[in-house]
Ligand binder design. Sequence first.
Ligand SMILES: Cc1cc2nc3c(=O)[nH]c(=O)nc-3n(C[C@H](O)[C@H](O)[C@H](O)COP(=O)(O)OP(=O)(O)OC[C@H]3O[C@@H](n4cnc5c(N)ncnc54)[C@H](O)[C@@H]3O)c2cc1C
Ligand code: FES
Length: 285
Amino acid sequence: MSMAGTDTAELRPADPFVPQIYRVDRVSRELADTVTLDLTPLSGSRPPFAPGQFNMLYAFGIGEVAISMSGDRAHDAFVHTVRDVGAVSGAIAKLAPGAVIGLRGPFGTGWPVKEAEGSDIVIVAGGLGLAPLRPAIYEILANRGRYGRVVILFGSRNPTEMLYRHELEEWRRRVDIDIEVTVDHADADWRGNVGVVPALIPRAAFDPHEAVALICGPEVMMRFTVNALRDVGLTPESIFLSMERNMKCAIGLCGHCQFGSTFVCKDGPVMRFDRIAGIFTVREI
Ligand SMILES: Cc1cc2nc3c(=O)[nH]c(=O)nc-3n(C[C@H](O)[C@H](O)[C@H](O)COP(=O)(O)OP(=O)(O)OC[C@H]3O[C@@H](n4cnc5c(N)ncnc54)[C@H](O)[C@@H]3O)c2cc1C
Ligand code: FES
């Protein structure tokens, strides 16, 4: 398996600095502050991407942010799930169908879905962290026979802020994957797990000596998840994380996304844990 996530050199855009114009084809409201947008180019077709990669979305006159692909590779559009937390994400989350947006990408490394064939897969997501993992889940489910056991562990703040709730319920009905959902704070109707997502790991059904873990969520959640996976026996080489840092150029030139000796935009966002273990626990990096 490679040092970082899957190498995506062949997927880099021809001119990474020039935003292409995309049209918003569809807007789906996921949560009070979160939408999913389907974006198609005004001319031609969208470039290919690997699960785990991101695009730079440009809200005209406001700014640009990195947003992960959250849709199926088989889909014609780029699908992005955006939470309104600031000026740029707020402007993007308010776009209506027919609006246009600038887009550069795809950028970054991908989840090792191909390299992990033959292994058990354990996917651990917290909150919006399920969005960058969703294309990997689609890919694994489309090729289900190529993997061992597949476990999805998802943590949400509460039942009403649960991302992709209907899809989680659909996946739960499948007999060929194990899915466990937990919430930090239950409501009166919640009958499931309560607590943090790493607490689900010790009783999850996978072979730690044969498993590859894919993790995305808030950094503190990822730290505890790595510890819990290490405790049950996963090696650092079999744990992959998607890191988040502020980005500008997205191609390793400006240094905005520096993380120790690596750049999250080009060496990540998907990184193999052994490569960043020394700096992962240092909060200010
Ligand atoms: C590789 C990568 C992939 C990403 N994928 C996604 C994605 O799929 N969907 C998505 O919505 N965002 C994603 N982000 C985050 C996104 O790039 C922006 O950082 C975020 O949208 C905030 O940008 P802003 O300019 O709107 O807000 P800012 O003006 O930067 O921030 C406004 C306020 O929100 C806080 N804030 C910033 N980021 C977050 C956050 N993620 N959650 C909560 N509070 C925050 C800040 O501390 C600040 O107080 C990704 C980032 C990276 C690096
Ligand atoms: S965003 Fe410029 S180096 Fe990563």
